[in-house]
Design a binder for this molecule. Structure first.
Ligand code: IVH
Length: 674
């Protein structure tokens, strides 16, 4: 037994070493297969001897039970920010100022990459990972311990014990590759891709379910410290970075030690070149005083240290020829000018189109066909034309005039002032325009809308072009043969799509409201409307005043909602949807009780892991609606709400013939949404 136990501990050590080699040093020492075999063995050990499991076992990196919310934690040492600049002159001024403040020293500076991610603080006590927090407001942050312990590059135990307390600060990010792979997977699964790696990282760290976090390709680099009570206090930044590495913590791969303004300028230029080849996005450089003693001497302002400064690189730009300007028609008929470019590589992808936003913007920038244009991709997916290189003009460039007719359906367009932005916009007034019909369909099927898988750009185009679908109502009349008969459509994907269409009939009211595509009504307004009015009919007959009484709904939006429902084709659509069996209302509240007692007197049992709600939240909802959350199933149980890995309670419910609801069905029943 003792032997086996030490074999287990040895295995923990071995896997930890491989994790470090793979995730921190990026130099794997064994094949994936060998690694999987070791990991499997570890899991077997832990299954056989749950009492052996050490807190920092590699298996503890897969995430645990979802949280109900993040706790607020006070930072022992505040997490400050940095002064930022885009100007090299300001960097030079900063160096000179530091030198002035330290007349008796010859200070050294370090230059390191500024990682474009999300700031975190991770606390080790006696070499053990104990807590991780976000920056928050600098004084108080969120406790994201459960999420950060799933990061492969964060050791749960340091390679050596540096002393009682070491709080390291750094940036969580996604590598370019990791980000692209994750997005590809999301698109395949029918999920919306993230706009950029930074948003994806921030979104991931806010997840309450750490099991989801463990699947995101998150990485970390540490560059600073908070509370620090260790055996050897580092005297310089260079020594501190060494110390990080000795402890097995990822630190900046590249850094420069500089003794002059010239050396710093060179380092900035080198880094600007190098960053294109680095595996993650860097949006600048951080220049820091190397000596810790000198840092203390010059100190801090209320917001930032006086000993460091961030220099931001300009967003990645490219220069290319604009060959043509085309016009895209959106679902509301809005025409958007698009620059068709000579393809150029930019920030990791090839760019051949960029948005020109609208006519006013185009005029302001004086964009002409044949111009050399500067395009910019600031981490976002859609690049934009920022300016024209007018000095390169030959005189042959042509001004673009907005077409008087819609490029899709040839209807005469109208020129108007956009109600909200005030920009001049062009609109195709033909609601039957194929581009609009298609756009409405894509919007209807989208993830934020009726969430019908497979109803994206490609299928929507086919459905409209084949004449099978004109309005969303037509979707509910499609037959299996019709869909399977479309090009590149197998009978299985046709079936899946139609199952999705059928399932969408009973979606929550807010999804339907959003999917209708009423101008200015996004998901949060749709949710508000559903909560206040409970049915499409009530919204349709609400006056502008009643609508405006709803939080966040102003005059423009109320008028847009009213006029949408006054439009005969829209009324017709609603009637058709009703006849086709779509749910046009959420459960109506009973008089006097605000509809919260729909579960009055019922005993309900929760079992398994629900996809979104935590056990306590589900129980609260049951109580809120008048029911009682019971712990065991009996003939008196009204129904069971079952999630993943539901066990004996589910079996018993089935045996007794008690209804079993999914989380979604349960929420529908009580008229709540997540
Ligand atoms: S040092 C006292 N070093 O960029 C603050 N920050 O724009 C010391 N950042 O707040 C911060 N890479 O969140 C430092 N190598 C680096 C960094 C870095 C990214 C972040 C950090 C900071 C922000 C300033």
């Amino acid at each position: 037994m003792a032997d086996e136990r030490s074999e287990y501990l040895r295995l923990v050590e071995e896997i930890r070493r491989h994790d470090y080699a793979y995730y921190v040093q990026a130099e794997p020492t064994i094949t994936d297969r060998q690694y999987d075999a070791l990991y499997r063995k570890l899991l077997d050990f832990e299954q056989a001897h749950p009492d052996w499991i050490v807190d920092d076992s590699p298996t503890r990196k897969v995430g645990g039970e979802p949280l109900e919310g993040f706790e607020s934690v006070r930072h022992e040492v505040p997490m400050l920010s940095l002064d930022n600049t885009y100007s090299r002159e300001e960097v030079i001024a900063f160096i000179k100022k530091v030198k002035r403040l330290l007349p008796d020293s010859e200070p050294l500076f370090t230059v390191e990459p500024k990682v474009d991610g999300v700031a975190v603080s991770v606390r080790y006590e006696d070499g053990h990972f104990v807590r991780a927090t976000t920056r928050g407001d600098g004084t108080m942050g969120d406790d994201i311990t459960q999420n950060l312990r799933t990061l492969r590059s964060i050791p749960l135990r340091l390679h050596r014990n540096p002393g009682p307390v070491l709080e390291v600060r750094g940036e969580v990010f996604m590598t370019r590759k990791g980000f692209i792979h994750m997005n590809e997977k999301r698109v395949k699964a029918g999920d919306a891709p993230f706009a950029n790696a930074r948003n994806a990282t921030a979104g991931s760290l806010k997840q309450l379910d750490s099991r989801l976090v463990s699947e995101r390709p998150l990485d970390v680099i540490f560059y600073g410290f908070g509370a620090m009570d260790i055996n050897e206090q580092p005297e310089t930044n260079v020594r501190f970075m060494e110390l990080l590495r000795e402890c097995g913590l990822p630190a900046p791969e590249h850094f420069w030690v500089c003794d002059s303004v010239e050396a710093i300028a060179d380092a900035l230029s080198e880094l600007d070149q190098l960053r294109k080849t680095m595996p993650y996005e860097t949006d600048g450089a951080v220049v820091k005083l190397d000596s810790m003693a000198l840092r203390e001497e010059i100190g801090y302002t209320s917001k930032a240290p006086r000993w460091a400064m961030a220099y931001k690189f300009e967003a990645e730009q490219g220069i290319t020829r604009l060959h043509a300007i085309t016009v895209q028609v959106g679902r509301t008929g809005l025409l958007t000018p698009v620059a068709e470019l000579e393809p150029i590589p930019l920030a990791g992808s090839t760019v051949s189109r960029a948005t020109l936003h609208n006519e006013d913007d185009m005029r302001r920038k004086d964009v002409r066909i044949g111009d050399l244009v500067i395009i910019e991709k600031a981490g976002e997916v859609i690049p934009a034309v920022v300016r024209v290189e007018t000095s390169e003009r030959t005189g042959k460039e042509k001004e673009f005039s907005f077409p008087g007719e819609c490029p899709e359906c040839r209807t005469t367009t109208v020129r108007e002032t956009h109600e909200i932005s005030g920009n001049t916009v062009h609109r195709c007034p033909n609601r039957e325009c194929p581009a609009q019909v298609r756009g409405r369909l894509i919007h209807w099927c989208s993830r934020g809308g009726m969430d019908i898988e497979g109803g994206g750009e490609v299928l929507s185009r086919q459905l409209v072009e084949s004449g099978l679908v004109r309005t969303p109502a037509d979707l509910y009349r499609l037959t299996q043969d019709q869909v399977a008969g479309l090009e590149r459509m197998g009978s299985r994907s046709a079936r899946n799509f139609l199952d999705g269409v059928e399932a969408s009939k009973s979606r929550d009211l807010w999804r339907l409201i959003f999917s209708l595509g009423i101008p200015h009504v996004g998901t949060s307004t749709a949710k508000r409307l559903a909560r206040e009015f409970y049915s499409i009919d009530a919204i349709a007959s609400a006056s502008a005043e009643q609508l405006e009484a709803v939080e966040d709904i102003g005059g423009i939006m109320a008028a847009a909602i009213n006029s949408w429902f006054e439009d005969p084709p829209n009324r017709e659509l609603i009637e058709e949807l009703r006849d086709l069996g779509l749910r046009l209302a959420d459960p109506v509240p009973e008089a006097g009780e605000q509809g919260e007692r729909i579960l009055e007197g019922m005993s309900i049992v929760l079992t398994g892991t629900l996809p979104n709600l935590k056990r306590k939240q589900a129980a609260d909802l049951i109580e809120k609606h008048g029911g009682k959350a019971a712990s065991s199933v009996s003939s008196k149980t009204a129904f069971v709400v079952a999630g993943d890995e539901a066990g004996s309670k589910l079996e018993k419910a089935n045996k007794l013939g008690i209804p079993v609801l999914s989380e979604e069905e349960f929420l529908n029943k009580i008229g709540e949404s997540i």
